[in-house]
Design a binder for this molecule. Structure first.
Ligand code: ADP
Length: 245
C-alpha cells in the first residue's frame, strides 16, 4: 500500500521537528529512511502509527486519510519500535499469544499465524523460554515476529538492528527482504547503517533539518551525476554532517 505525506508539521513546544515534510512511498517498496540523530525519524513513524498527533498536514495510506480511517489503517499497519515491545517475564510464545489476541485472533487462526511468525523469525528453539533470557539478536527477532502478527500491508521498522552482532544483523536483513518479496509488504526501514540501507532498500530518503532533503531509488543513486562512491559519502555530503547532539 502506498503512503503519501504532504506538508506534515510537528513541533515539541518550540522545537520544530518536521517542517512541511513531503514524502511518497509506492506500494511494495522497501524504503530506507536515513537521517542524523534527532532528525525526526522516530517522530515521523510515531505519527504514522497514531502514537503521537501531528500538528498539521495530510497523510494518506492507499488513498485513505489517516485522520478519518484510524481503525482500518491501524489494522493493516504495524510498527517494530526501537525499544523492545514485549513482556520480559513471559515466554516468546506467551508474548505472541498475548499480542495476537489483541488483534482479535483466536483458536486455529491464532496458532497458525503465530507458527508463521515463529518460522519467519526462526524462533522455534526459544519459543518456551522467557524473553528476558534472550540475546540482543533474539530479542530483535521476537520484536519483529510480534510486528508481523496482524499480517501488515505496511511495516515500519525503527532501527531494528541496533546493538546486535553481525550474524544476527545479517539474518534480520534477510528476514526483512523476504517479508517484502513474499508478502509484498511495503516497508519503511530507518537506520544509521548506510551499508544496510544500501544493501536492503529499493528507494532511499534522507531526513535532515526537519525536511526530506533527498529521495531517489537505488539506480538513480548509482548513476548520480555527482558520482558518489557510496551512500555514506553521499549522506555525509548532503547532510554536511559534523558532530551533532
Ligand atoms: P530520530 O529518530 O531521527 O533520532 P526523533 O524523532 O527521536 O529523531 O527526535 C527528533 C527531535 O525531537 C529531537 O530533537 C528530540 O529531542 C525531539 N523529541 C523527540 N521526542 C520528544 C518528546 N517526546 N518531547 C520533546 N522532544 C522530543
Amino acid at each position: 500500500m502506498s503512503i503519501v505525506i504532504k506538508n506534515l508539521c510537528k513541533s515539541y513546544k518550540k522545537n520544530l521537528v518536521l517542517d512541511n515534510l513531503n514524502l511518497e512511498v509506492k506500494e511494495g517498496t522497501l524504503f530506507g529512511l536515513l537521517g542524523p540523530n534527532g532528525a525526526g525519524k522516530t517522530t515521523l513513524l510515531s505519527i504514522l502509527n497514531f502514537l503521537i498527533p501531528k500538528d498539521s498536514g495530510t497523510i494518506e495510506i492507499a488513498g485513505k486519510s489517516l485522520d478519518t480511517n484510524q481503525k482500518e489503517i491501524k489494522s493493516i499497519c504495524s510498527i517494530v519500535p526501537q525499544s523492545y515491545a514485549f513482556y520480559p517475564k513471559l515466554t516468546a510464545y506467551e508474548n505472541l499469544e498475548f499480542f495476537a489476541s489483541l488483534y482479535g485472533l483466536k483458536n486455529e487462526a491464532l496458532k497458525k499465524r503465530i507458527n508463521y511468525c515463529v518460522e519467519v523469525c526462526s524462533l522455534e528453539k526459544y519459543i518456551n523460554k522467557q524473553a528476558h533470557s534472550f540475546s540482543g539478536g533474539l530479542k530483535r527477532r521476537l520484536n519483529i515476529a510480534i510486528g508481523l502478527l496482524n499480517k501488515p500491508k505496511i511495516l515500519y521498522l525503527d532501527e531494528p538492528t541496533v546493538g546486535i552482532d553481525p550474524q544476527s544483523r545479517k539474518y534480520i536483513l534477510e528476514v526483512i527482504k523476504e517479508i517484502n518479496k513474499k508478502e509484498k509488504t511495503t516497508i519503511i526501514y530507518t537506520s544509521h547503517y548506510m551499508e544496510e540501507v544500501e544493501y536492503l532498500c529499493d528507494e532511499i530518503a534522507i531526513l535532515d533539518n526537519s525536511k526530506i532533503i533527498f529521495q531517489e531509488n537505488k539506480e538513480q543513486i548509482k548513476n548520480s551525476e555527482f558520482g558518489y562512491k557510496n551512500l555514506e559519502e553521499m549522506f555525509l555530503s548532503l547532510t554536511k554532517q559534523d558532530l551533532r547532539d
